[in-house]
Design a protein around this ligand. Structure first.
Ligand code: PMV
Length: 360
């Protein structure tokens, strides 16, 4: 499919008012997206586990205007309060998607949104937030065009979410989503995420992710600044090639349930993401001393316990601790005994692999 396939030809229905609501999850990348081209096209393909508990709930109430306005008309409430400072980001998003949803200026929208995870937890809400909003707007488009297939709905929701925040395109469905053109993955696309199309071993079906909140502050580097740092980066081409290779290697890892190889790929990806930030110009260290303490403790515990615990990182100091469900009791005890001390105010979130967004 190309961009053109997401431009509607004509709507068969009319809809004056309505309310739609979606709960959309966050996701955690195993092979990281870091670096992009124009129009939110990723510089390399990525893959993620969709999460379950960490999610944004968004409700959109829409009312058709007497005539189309010259600009977007919307009110925005975050956790019940009017949120003027979030509006520019939403406006940029609406601008980017208007060509694909030509009705946007014909309605007034009241957008109410809230997150399941604590505000300022250092957890990025852009993936869950942008995917939830994209889904609500797609639901309105489906009202206008009821013949739309579920497959097209999901693809276009992912396509639109990508234009809000790249990683958001991996938050529509579950449980493993790949985004970005990859020669060895059939159906992969730079335009939207696809459900991972090959065999996945049972061991990955109920994977756990405990998110250790090491630093709950504002992100030191926004992801758009971060992606741009890859433009003049001395190691960019090697890094992009490595992501393609790691995705290929993951195919047999997923099929065979090879946890020791999984750990190598996932931890190397996390450290490479941070290495890219440390070796860009300007350079950044986004890990905190406690991030390193946690990583070292995880390595020591893995060695001593023969479990398959590993870590991954976002573009920040928090640590995602990944492990199979059958090791949960042991790992949670270890987290409580040895890792919680390194979390800000002892905070962590128990999450696991999830199955995608839900209409409420
Ligand atoms: O979707 P963005 O532009 O916020 O970028 C997300 C980048 C990482 O979270 C660091 C990696 C990823 O693939 O999710």
């Amino acid at each position: 499919m190309t961009e053109k396939d997401f431009i509607p030809v004509a709507y068969t229905n009319d809809k004056a008012t309505g309310v739609v609501s979606y709960k959309s999850p966050s996701n955690i990348a195993l092979v990281k997206y870091w670096g992009k081209k124009d129009h939110q096209i990723p510089a390399n393909p990525s893959i993620s586990f969709t999460l379950d508990h960490c999610a944004t709930t968004t409700e959109v109430a829409y009312t058709k205007l007497e005539q189309a306005a010259s600009d977007f008309s919307f009110d925005l409430f975050f956790e019940g309060k009017s949120k003027e400072d979030f509006k520019p980001k939403i406006k940029t998003f609406l601008n980017r998607i208007e060509g694909y949803l030509p009705f946007l200026k014909s309605y007034h929208f009241i957008i109410r949104t809230s997150n399941s995870f604590p505000h300022s937890s250092g957890i990025a809400s852009s993936a869950s937030g942008m995917s939830a909003l994209a889904l609500c707007l797609m639901e309105l488009e489906r009202e206008l065009n009821p013949g739309m297939t579920a497959e097209y709905f999901n693809k276009k929701a992912s396509f639109l979410a990508r234009l809000g925040s790249g990683s958001a395109c991996r938050s529509i469905e579950g449980d493993i989503i790949q985004w970005g053109s990859h020669e060895e993955t059939q159906g992969s696309s730079d335009l939207y995420g696809i459900k991972y199309p090959y065999k996945v071993h049972e061991v990955f079906k109920d994977f756990q992710d405990t998110i250790l909140l090491v630093d709950k502050g504002q992100k030191q580097v926004s992801s758009s600044v971060g992606h741009n740092l890859m433009h003049e980066h001395p190691f960019a081409s090697q890094r992009f090639a490595q992501a393609h290779e790691n995705l290929f290697k993951l195919q047999s890892v997923f099929e065979e349930g090879n946890l020791s190889e999984f750990i190598k790929i996932v931890e190397s990806e996390a450290l490479t993401l941070h290495a890219m930030m440390m070796t860009s110009m300007p350079y950044f260290i986004l890990m905190k001393p406690n991030t390193l303490e946690i990583i070292n403790k995880i390595w020591a515990f893995r060695e001593a316990s023969n479990t398959h615990i590993c870590f991954t990182l976002d573009a920040g100091a928090n640590v995602h601790v990944l492990y199979p469900a059958n090791e949960k009791d042991l790992v949670i005890q270890f987290i409580k005994d040895e890792l919680v001390a390194y979390c800000e105010n002892g905070q962590y979130i128990c999450d696991k692999i999830g199955y995608g967004a839900r209409k409420l």
